[in-house]
Structures are given as C-alpha cells and as structure tokens.
Design a binder for this molecule. Sequence first.
Ligand SMILES: *[C@@H]1O[C@H](CO)[C@@H](O)[C@H](O)[C@H]1NC(C)=O
Ligand SMILES: *[C@@H]1O[C@H](CO)[C@@H](O)[C@H](O)[C@H]1NC(C)=O
Ligand SMILES: *[C@@H]1O[C@H](CO)[C@@H](O)[C@H](O)[C@H]1NC(C)=O
Ligand SMILES: *[C@@H]1O[C@H](CO)[C@@H](O)[C@H](O)[C@H]1NC(C)=O
Ligand SMILES: *[C@@H]1O[C@H](CO)[C@@H](O)[C@H](O)[C@H]1NC(C)=O
Ligand SMILES: [Ca+2]
Length: 573
Amino acid sequence: MLHLVAFLLHCLPLAMGHYDICKSWVTTDDGPSWEFYACQPKAMRMKDYVTVRVDPPGITCGDPPERFCTHENPYLCSDECDASTPDLAHPPKLMFDKEDEGLATYWQSVTWSRYPEPLLANITLSWNKSIELTDDIVVTFEYGRPTIMMLEKSLDNGRTWHPYQYYADDCMEAFGMPARRVRDLSTTSANRIICTEEYSRWAGSKKEKNVRLEVRDRFAIFAGQDFRNMDNLYTRLESAKGLKDFFTVTDLRMRLLRPALGGTYVQRENLYKYFYAVSNIEVTGRCKCNLHANLCSFKEGTLQCECEHNTTGLDCGKCKKNFRTRSWRAGSYLPLPNGSPNACAAAGLAFGTAPKSKPGPTAHSAGKKHTKKPAASKISKLIRLKSGSGPVAPVETFRDCECYGHSNRCSYIDFLNVVTCVSCKHNTRGQHCQHCRLGFYRNGSAELDDENVCIECNCNQIGSLHDRCNETGYCECREGAAGPKCDDCLPNYYWRQGCFPNVCDEELLICQNGGTCYQNQRCICPAGYKGVLCEQSKCDSDTKACNSASSTYLSLTTFLISALILQLRHLDF
Ligand SMILES: *[C@@H]1O[C@H](CO)[C@@H](O)[C@H](O)[C@H]1NC(C)=O
Ligand SMILES: *[C@@H]1O[C@H](CO)[C@@H](O)[C@H](O)[C@H]1NC(C)=O
Ligand SMILES: *[C@@H]1O[C@H](CO)[C@@H](O)[C@H](O)[C@H]1NC(C)=O
Ligand SMILES: *[C@@H]1O[C@H](CO)[C@@H](O)[C@H](O)[C@H]1NC(C)=O
Ligand SMILES: *[C@@H]1O[C@H](CO)[C@@H](O)[C@H](O)[C@H]1NC(C)=O
Ligand SMILES: [Ca+2]
C-alpha cells in the first residue's frame, strides 16, 4: 500500500518536473544575476496535516459499547465496538493512520437502531490553508459504501460551503439530478458539479470499497488520458475561469446520508448491520502558494508557504512591506515552460517612473468633486469603447499599474497622460484604488493594500440624512437622531421610526392633573381632562360633556380620536 502511494505521488501529473524552482543564479554576458520563475511546492499526502471533526456528537460507536454484524454475515452479530477498549475502539483518527498491510483500521459509526430516522454523519476535514488537489480524493469504506452521500468543500476555512460531488445509487431519486460520469465531461464542463452512481451501488462489501472525487479524470480532459499534453492543462488552468478554484479547498466535508443496504431494502429486524466504517481518506495535493513558493512547511500546526519573489502571507497572497510598488499578482504558468514569477518590486527598483499625478493625502469623502468628475467620465467612456468592440479585449496591464492590490488592471488615458486603475475591488475607488467608495470609510488599523481597508458606513436608513460617513465612520443624522450610525435619539426625543421630540416626559413636559406619560409620546388623561398635557378641564370648554353622566364614555372616545390623530401625524413621514 505504502509503495503504491509513493509510486502514485511520483507520477502525479502536476507533481512532475515543472515549476519546481523559484529562482536560479545565472551568468550572462552582463555578469551573474538571479533569474526568477513561477514555482509551486510538491504534492503531499494531505491527510498527514488535517484536523478532523465528526458530527453529530455521539455518532462514533462504542459509547456505550454496541454489537454489530456485517452484510456478509448478518446473523452472526458478535462483533463489538467499545470505545474504552483500544482493540475494539473505532475513533476518527483511524481514517488517517498508516496501516500495516492487510490490517484495516477504521472509524465506525453507531448502528442504525433509530431507523426509520435517517442515520446521518458529517466528517469534516480542515487544513486551515488553501490547498490544490493534484490527484483523486479516495475514501475507503469497510463493510460497504454509503448508498447516499455528498462531498462538500469550503474555500474560506469553513465559513461557507459548496457542493463538490453527489453520490447515490439513484441520483434522480436522492438528489433530483441525472447521473453523470466525469469521463463524459468536456472542456467546457470540466468544473461541473455532478451526481455519480459509480460508487454507491452494492457490489459486495469487500469488493468495491472506494469512493472517489475524480481529479485525474478532470485533468485528463485537457492533458489527455496519458497526461502527455500537460502544456494544455497548465494553459487551461491559467485561462479558464473558475478551473483552478475548482481544485482548491481549505476544508472538505463528507455528508453520509444513508449507509450500505447490502443490495436490498432495509431489514428492520436486523439493524445491527447498517452503519458507516471508513478506513482511509486519501487527499493528495499541494499548498496553494500562488506560484510564489516551492516549499510548504508545517509550523505551529499549520501549513505555510515559504514565500519567494518578495511576497508574504500564508498563501504568498500579498507583497512584503516595502515591496508594494506594483500591485501583487499571482505567478502564472504561462508562458510555457517556465511561467512568469510576477514578483513584487521595491520602490525605486525595476519600474522607475511613478505616475505623474500622485494620489493626494486628501480626505476621501470631500473636496474631490470638481477635479475628479471629468476624468471619471472619460474613463468609463474608454472602458465602454474597449468592451464594446467585438471580443472583449482585456484592459492592458501597465508596468506602473499601482492599485494597492485592489485591481490588476489599469487603463491609460491619452489626453490626460494618466494611468488609472480599473474596477477597483474591496470597495475602493480612485486612480490608485486609494480611496473608499461612497458609503464606506477607511479602516484606520488596516494598510492601504488590505482587503479590509474600507468599512461600510452602515448608517441607519431612517435616522441618517444619507449613507455616507466621515473618516471615523460617523454618519450625518437627521434632526433628533444621534450616535455614530444615527440609530439613537438625542435626549428629549423618542424613537418611533425616526426620532420625534418628546410630547411629555418626567421633567419639563409633565402630564398635568394626574395624567400619565405614555412612552414620551402622549399623555393619557384622566376623565374630565384633555389637551396635550391634560392641562384643560373639559368643563371649561364643553359644559355638556362635563355635566353628562356618561362623561367617561365620551372621554374614551376623545382619547381614541386623539390617538388616531397622533397616528395620522406620524404617517406624514
Ligand atoms: C452536516 O453539515 C451540514 C452543513 O454542511 C449541516 O446542514 C448538517 O446539519 C450537518 N449534519 C450533521 C448530522 O451534523
Ligand atoms: C490557522 O492559521 C492561522 C495563521 O497561521 C493561525 O493564526 C491560526 O491559529 C490557525 N487556526 C487554527 C485553528 O489552527
Ligand atoms: C527581493 O528583494 C531583494 C532585496 O531585498 C532582492 O535582492 C531580490 O532580487 C528580490 N526578489 C525578487 C524576486 O524580486
Ligand atoms: C480593519 O482592518 C483590520 C486589519 O486588516 C481587520 O482585522 C479588521 O477586521 C478591520 N475592521 C473592520 C471593522 O473591518
Ligand atoms: C466624524 O464625526 C464625528 C461626529 O460628528 C466627530 O466627533 C469626529 O471628529 C469626526 N471625525 C473626523 C475625522 O472628522
Ligand atoms: Ca485506517
């Protein structure tokens, strides 16, 4: 087994010779100097660096001890799972251990004693690092493969999850999807999410144990079955949208949805033979270092790229301090065979000329209107011209395209003789993406090239005049509103879809004649009194009402009417 794995690792398509050095010391006619290349780490057995989590709690068998049997031997239920006895325990770590030849060690779930309630289990693998798959994911099941499961992946350390592949003995029934095979995908559908029936049908539990995510078959769509045309694969990985990301993950999750059934229906009288048992999860891949490193090391429990090309970060995803003259770019597999390093450059080195008009130190929110507007409209015209003319020409990349990493594209505006960034991301704007978009403000603790540099103002829609804010995130409030986001009221105002001046309170606007102040909105007057502060006796103005025996009825009516008027007043807003 180990030999096989070593052998596989050796002839993995993407592990071959290519892109394995980042720089070399070369001597030319002008003397010796460094030459730089796109580079990537070797493929590794990623199960050695993973952390695993099995859900729900209590799904692992053995606590309390439990008997089980197999589909082959359904009436001999003498096997036992006991978490407190090492020889009989089946903890999650046995999915990642090194096995002696012939002796499978495996994680095992509880049996399906709660049938017909589904037997569900999640196995979540996390690396805390983006990795690029270079070979099939192979999950080995002892005692039969699940009849329904799915594989999910995350690209952001488990914050969001996306389906990766669906598996069922009947895809239509389980997921409402037609069954597909990766071998039948084409160059345009190489990153399609499919449901496959190849790994879920009953074939005897000792015969077919593996469930795969077919990475090699997807590579073969471009490189050919014998992987002879690797150039084509590298070219496609660089140019086809979403293709590289398809093979990139930070986490994987197997959702086991229905166990092996032994090729028939569930037999209620013997539920001891239904469970999941996984002996191995092989994940082969390399650290994603954006083609800026050929080494990846395991430090403090986390994989980290050893970044070259003056880049830094877990994935070499940004330029080192003092090397931010140009915006960061990933290295590229192209042009073949050595690719482009796209190294970060220090100020004053390499790309001499700074743009003529330097970004001013002025506030982002004020004072720009007159000078910037004409330029901005010219820019958009230019872009429209470019994108309108036939096949969309990529906006050229200029050598002094300085966008603090918020864009990789610049445009040259002829008559202004200015190079300006195009499509600034991360809510930035400006010639160098150095300002925040309206409705955002500068994050004081983030550097200009940080993705989090602009924070949304988040002004309360009702309390504020508009959705812009000043440099410290303060919004401009309507009358009576207060607080950084204008979601509070000033003293002597009350909130009711906006701030309104108090009608009554405990200090100055006190309800008279025993009236009580209701939520600062109105006085509730005792019978016989009226007015905003119950200051008027009804007898003063309306003797009839005063003398009437049913004055309480009337005062109730007036109260309802005044409440109605109060409501109507608010509807004006
Ligand atoms: C498995 O994970 C999914 C999300 O990916 C979640 O919706 C589901 O409840 C989990 N199932 C169990 C048994 O924890
Ligand atoms: C993930 O990696 C980051 C960066 O190295 C580290 O700070 C963090 O502690 C790691 N988290 C876990 C859960 O290992
Ligand atoms: C990185 O910076 C150093 C100077 O600190 C320089 O010698 C080296 O050539 C740079 N590397 C690249 C790839 O630009
Ligand atoms: C400000 O930037 C820092 C550094 O990147 C980041 O940790 C923090 O979350 C940002 N603050 C907000 C409110 O986004
Ligand atoms: C932003 O507005 C708040 C409230 O008006 C004020 O206290 C703060 O000084 C302002 N900050 C700046 C940088 O103008
Ligand atoms: Ca094992």
